[in-house]
Design a protein around this ligand. Structure first.
Ligand code: YNC
Ligand code: MG
Length: 388
């Protein structure tokens, strides 16, 4: 039933619940000299291209492919619309490899029709820190679907990752394939309920009027936590210590150093927003919250073309109650004119979702590891990893 995935070193459905299989790598690394040196074959009309995201032209081509062909909701009402700046940020973290940004073009017209990417990441699984790739942005043009191009894309990115002596990967997908390490749910907190209802993202609740709904989701004009402010470059060492300590409690989490924190968590206009709580008394950084910007195109609405969504990223609380910290995150997201604030039920998020008036979304987000077996599925709350 999964011709491709059954051939890959991933947890297999038939092994679910087989506690005699050990946790850890499924296959040992092969000597680099034995890794295939040439790219996989594509159907004859197509050619591989390495996508140089420094080039505005290339960045535009990737942006357009994804804006027209990437992930949609089940009802095809919305499609992710990652911005160019976001793609540059997502694809160029410390130590990234340009040749892990892989495109497929039509030879004759040079049109970009498929894409897949990897970026390097150190990910801890229980007590082991593993050099992995995070694989994302797999996309095949709508007109080329169901032709088994995706397995070739995946094998090619795997080959290029192996050439860097990396043998594990982490990825997420909306579909179930062999075998999720955990399955999470998105929750949505309305910031602009009128627009969300107009575009069909949410519906007026039973016995609710528009004005009661607007009142229900109303937020204070300004944040309430003393010392809550935007993160700056000088906060990188303190935020790194705080985030590293915090992420230790989860079974799977990234191992972030100061360079990673500077890249992933320092605010970047229109891409990622981060806030710290600096104790007014001691000037210590005690808490942290962050969210990234990922708009969706609204397909076929006369009045609105984009939904401005914030996605909860990494949040750390030591002194401020998480509920209050996230309420402040909602307040700044509202100030920045986001329509909705989304969060997965990972880490401690369950503890604030209902109380802060998030509602459950439909569909799940499944997390996967390549060439690494986890004996039993994790609870979402045991996961400390957010992929873009
Ligand atoms: C998917 N999302 O099961 P079987 S998420 C993984 N992730 O294989 P075809 C996927 N595998 O079941 P199509 C997948 N979607 O027969 C499909 N598959 O074993 C598998 N959508 O290939 C599928 N982006 O080419 C099946 O399918 C085989 O033409 C079928 O192309 C699929 O980025 C796709 O949702 C997703 O653009 C490209 O539908 C296309 O349908 C599309 O006939 C809209 O493929 C956009 C979309 C996916 C977003 C993402 C994470 C991708 C992870 C890939 C796996 C990485 C593994 C680790 C590699 C490195 C290892 C090291 C070291
Ligand atoms: Mg295909």
């Amino acid at each position: 039933r999964h011709k491709f995935w059954e051939s890959q070193p991933v947890g297999q459905f038939k092994d679910l619940g087989n506690s005699s299989l050990p946790e850890g790598p499924i296959e040992a690394p092969t000597p680099l000299s034995e890794v295939k040196q040439e790219p996989y074959n594509l159907p004859n009309m197509y050619e591989w291209v390495t996508c140089d995201m420094d080039s505005d032209e290339m960045c535009n081509e990737v942006y357009n492919l994804l804006a027209n062909n990437y992930v949609e909701d089940d009802e095809n009402m919305f499609r992710f619309n990652y911005s160019k700046e976001f793609l540059r940020w997502a694809l160029r973290p410390p130590g990234y490899f340009k040749n892990w940004h892989i495109g497929v073009r039509v030879k004759s017209s040079k049109k970009l029709v498929a894409f897949i990417t990897g970026v390097p990441a150190r990910i801890r699984v229980r007590d082991d820190i593993i050099n992995m790739a995070e694989v994302n942005f797999l996309c095949v043009h709508k007109k080329l679907r169901s032709k088994r191009l995706a397995p070739v894309m995946i094998k090619e990115v795997t080959r290029r990752i192996h050439l860097e002596n990396i043998w594990q990967a982490a990825y997420t997908a909306g579909i179930v394939i062999p075998t999720p390490i955990t399955s999470c749910q998105y929750w949505h907190r309305s910031l602009n309920p009128k627009k969300l209802i107009e575009v069909g993202f949410s519906r007026l609740g039973a016995r609710m009027t528009m004005s009661r709904t607007i009142k229900l989701f109303k937020l204070p004009e300004s944040t309430v936590t003393p010392g809550f402010r935007q993160m700056g470059l000088h906060d990188v060492p303190a935020v790194t210590r705080l985030v590293r300590r915090y992420l230790r409690q989860f079974v799977v989490a990234p191992d972030l150093n100061e360079h990673d924190v500077e890249h992933w968590l320092l605010p970047t206009e229109g891409v990622v927003d981060s806030y710290v709580v600096e104790s007014p008394a001691t000037h210590e950084i005690t808490d942290f919250c962050s969210f990234y910007t990922l708009p969706s195109s609204i397909l076929g609405n006369q009045n609105h073309s984009t939904l401005k969504a914030a996605y909860s990223f990494y949040n750390v609380f030591t002194k401020t109650p998480l509920l209050q910290l996230m309420n402040d995150a909602l307040i700044v997201a509202k100030q920045k004119d986001f329509d909705v604030f989304n969060a997965l039920d990972v880490m401690h998020n369950e503890s604030f979702l209902k109380e802060l008036k998030f509602g459950p979304g439909d569909g799940s987000l499944h997390y996967y590891l390549y060439n690494y077996r986890i004996r039993n599925a994790l609870k979402p709350s045991e996961l400390g990893l957010v992929l873009l």
